[in-house]
Ligand binder design. Structure first.
Ligand code: 6PG
Length: 246
């Protein structure tokens, strides 16, 4: 079983601060150890506070951005100018403020049809990580969100993507907004050195309790079990409000 840690932040601002600290610490440690830091970001609203803090001093200079590579766990297949685009939102909150070499921003082609976008991103992952046949990428850090229905990334309940064992990225349709999407698969997510779930709000409290205090394999986030890595559940007090043990 992966080492799992639960950290409870006072509120969404404190959650964003602690998430940014985890990002910074991991960036420096991985660049020291491996010469680079490879991280995958999530979409949705919860990570935006962290992204904005990373785009501001002191993170702007504290993070070794020139050695940092950004990927996305999932993307909605809409143009980057669309408010629902994970890339577009990250551009507005974070990327446009960074002195990050453009080649370090490994975004999903959300302007492509989902199948093509997934194929293209799979090729990009294989190229960047120099993967051989049957090999999987190892991310230093992956940020994940959580939906009320227990979804994470764009792995929604009942989808065939939940059973994918060989492809790195698959296409699907679903979620809110209900559009074509790409998502990284469990074989990729579960090889990360560290997974950080960022979860805020009382509407997520029941799902958090189900995942942390009971065995609910039907909830997609329950299958996030890194083979070698660890998991941090970074929750705000509202999301943690139903947990027995805090
Ligand atoms: C996406 C996300 C998705 C998100 C959750 C939580 O692109 O839709 O990656 O998995 O993390 O839906 O979203 P909120 O943070 O907005 O609650």
């Amino acid at each position: 079983m992966p080492k799992t840690q639960t950290i409870i932040a006072v509120d969404p601002d404190d959650l964003a601060f602690r998430a940014a600290e985890l990002f910074k610490t991991a960036a420096r440690a991985n660049v020291d150890q491996r010469g680079r830091f490879v991280v995958a970001l999530s979409g949705g609203s919860t990570p935006r506070g962290m992204h904005r803090l990373l785009a501001s001093p002191p993170a702007l200079t504290d993070v070794p951005w020139e050695h940092t590579h950004l990927f996305w766990v999932d993307e909605r297949c809409v143009p980057a100018s669309d408010p629902e685009s994970n890339l577009g939102t990250a551009w507005r909150d974070l990327l446009r403020y960074l002195s990050l070499p453009p080649e370090n921003i490994h975004f999903v082609r959300g302007d492509f049809p989902p199948e093509e976008a997934a194929e293209e991103y799979q090729t990009e992952l294989s190229r960047f990580f120099q993967l051989g046949e049957g090999e999987f990428p190892i991310f230093d850090l992956i940020f994940l969100g959580l939906g009320k229905d227990g979804h994470t990334a764009s792995l929604f309940p009942g989808l065939s993507a939940l059973h994918e064992e060989s492809r790195l990225v698959v296409a699907l349709k679903g979620g809110i907004p209900n559009v074509g999407r790409t998502t990284m698969t469990y074989p990729v997510l579960n090889r990360a050195r560290r997974i950080v779930f960022l979860v805020a709000g009382k509407e997520k409290a029941e799902t958090v309790k189900a995942l942390l205090e009971s065995d609910r394999p039907e909830l997609p986030a329950a299958k996030i079990k890194p083979l070698q890595g660890d998991v941090i559940w970074l929750l705000d007090q509202e999301a943690a409000s139903l947990l027995a043990k805090v």
